[in-house]
Every structure is written in structure tokens, then in C-alpha cells.
Write a protein that binds this ligand. Structure first.
Ligand SMILES: Nc1nc2c(c(=O)[nH]1)N[C@H]1C(S)=C(S)[C@@H](COP(=O)(O)O)O[C@H]1N2
Ligand SMILES: [Mo]
Length: 207
């Protein structure tokens, strides 16, 4: 059940190596979340803010995708099976305002990660509840984490609590340290352009 129906394998992106198993990262420690009191919110620039409990989320129609996971430190996991609710469904249900262009993911541990709304709304972008046929483990983000296959794994924020729609890019946890705003895997958007701010200032002649 964990392999794509087609025999085509996903290509290894530039600068990556296949690893055998996930390396578990938890910058602020593994979080143990009680699903009975956990809620997922969709807030910010929306007409109808949402707050959804775990059981309700788990009853929504699920999408399943076998898509590889790429950590920016260069390990990749080939085609695990991800199951969850398309982000697009949740955002559309909340009525996004036209000025919303980014979504900030917020987590139980205070971790944050921004993603362009366009990437979050892609057909294969999901709020993952299950990995390889089982609910996420506490180490891997139970109850929920976003998974946007085309972006590096640091955007897959574990122990997710909130999708906040915003009008302008803002740094999250790793972006503050210099990691890229978007983090596209195929084009190796690993780090912000060095001196990008200074360059922009020169180009536009502002103070
Ligand atoms: N809340 C939270 N989410 C997180 C992280 C973290 O430290 N805290 N690390 C990120 C990074 S850098 C990676 S590579 C992946 C690792 O996912 P895994 O622990 O399931 O292998 O989770 C991402 N999501
Ligand atoms: Mo990572």
C-alpha cells in the first residue's frame, strides 16, 4: 500500500542523498499532545475562522500521496505514504481574503514556518495525519503536520495548531537563521540570497 501505483520512482533532487529512515528533529523537544483538547485553527486573513477538533479532522475526506521528504541538510526519504486533508479544502472553507499570499504554520512548541499560499494550495499539499499507514507518532508530529512535497522538510511543521493567512512574508523559526523564504527543493532554495536586502535597497535607491 505504500508504493505508488506506477512503477516510476521519484528522482533524487540535486544535492540530496537517499536515507533509510527519518532523522527525527525537534528543536524545542518532542511534544506530547492530547488529541481530546487539541484543535487546528485557520485564522488571519479569512472571512470565517475555523477551529477543528481531531476527530472532526480525521473524518474529513483524506488524500493519500506517496511523495518523498527532503531535509535541507541533504537526506531524503523515498516515497513514504502520507495521508491527510488537502490544505486547499481547509483554506477554502475559511474563505481566504484576496490579500492573503502566505500561510504561517504555528505549532505547540512555538515552532513556526511560512509557506507561499500558492504552494500550500497545490493539489498534493496536505495536513498530514498519517504516515506509512499509521497515525503520526508523537516524535513525528502527532496529531498533525503540513506536508508540501515540493518544499524542504523544515516547512513540515510538527504538532501543528494553526494556519495563519497573512498578506506579507514573515520569517519563521529557520528562516530567521537564514533559511530560504520558500524552500523549493527542485531549484535548491536552501538559503536566502546573501545580501538580498542590501541589494534590494541599492536597486530601489531607498534609504
Ligand atoms: N515543531 C517542529 N516541527 C519541525 C521541526 C522542529 O524542530 N519542530 N523540524 C523540522 C525539520 S528541520 C525537519 S527536517 C522535519 C523532520 O521531520 P521528522 O522529525 O519527521 O524526520 O521536521 C520539521 N518540522
Ligand atoms: Mo530539516
Amino acid at each position: 500500500m505504500s508504493r505508488p501505483a506506477s512503477s516510476e520512482r521519484e528522482p533524487l533532487p540535486p544535492g540530496q542523498v537517499w536515507g533509510k529512515r527519518f532523522v527525527v528533529y525537534a528543536a524545542m523537544g518532542v511534544q506530547h499532545v492530547d488529541p481530546a483538547s487539541w484543535r487546528l485553527q485557520v485564522t488571519g486573513l479569512v472571512g470565517r475562522p475555523l477551529s477543528i477538533g481531531y476527530d472532526e479532522l480525521a473524518r474529513m475526506p483524506m488524500a493519500a500521496h506517496s511523495k518523498s521528504f527532503h531535509c535541507v541538510t541533504s537526506w531524503s526519504i523515498e516515497s513514504p505514504l502520507w495521508e491527510g486533508v488537502p490544505i486547499r479544502r481547509l483554506v477554502e472553507a475559511a474563505g481566504p481574503k484576496p490579500e492573503a499570499t502566505w500561510v504561517m504554520f504555528h505549532c505547540v512548541d512555538g515552532y513556526t514556518a511560512p509557506v507561499p499560499l500558492q504552494d500550500a494550495m497545490a493539489e498534493d499539499s496536505i495536513i498530514a495525519l498519517r504516515l506509512n499507514g499509521r497515525p503520526l507518532s508523537p516524535e513525528q508530529g502527532f496529531p498533525a503536520r503540513p506536508f508540501v512535497p515540493r518544499l524542504y522538510a523544515w516547512k513540515s511543521a510538527k504538532w501543528l495548531t494553526k494556519l495563519e493567512l497573512i498578506a506579507e512574508y514573515a520569517d519563521g523559526y529557520w528562516e530567521r537563521a537564514g533559511y530560504h523564504e520558500r524552500g523549493d527543493v527542485a531549484t535548491e532554495e536552501r538559503f536566502k540570497a546573501p545580501g538580498a536586502k542590501a541589494q534590494a535597497r541599492r536597486a530601489f535607491g531607498t534609504a
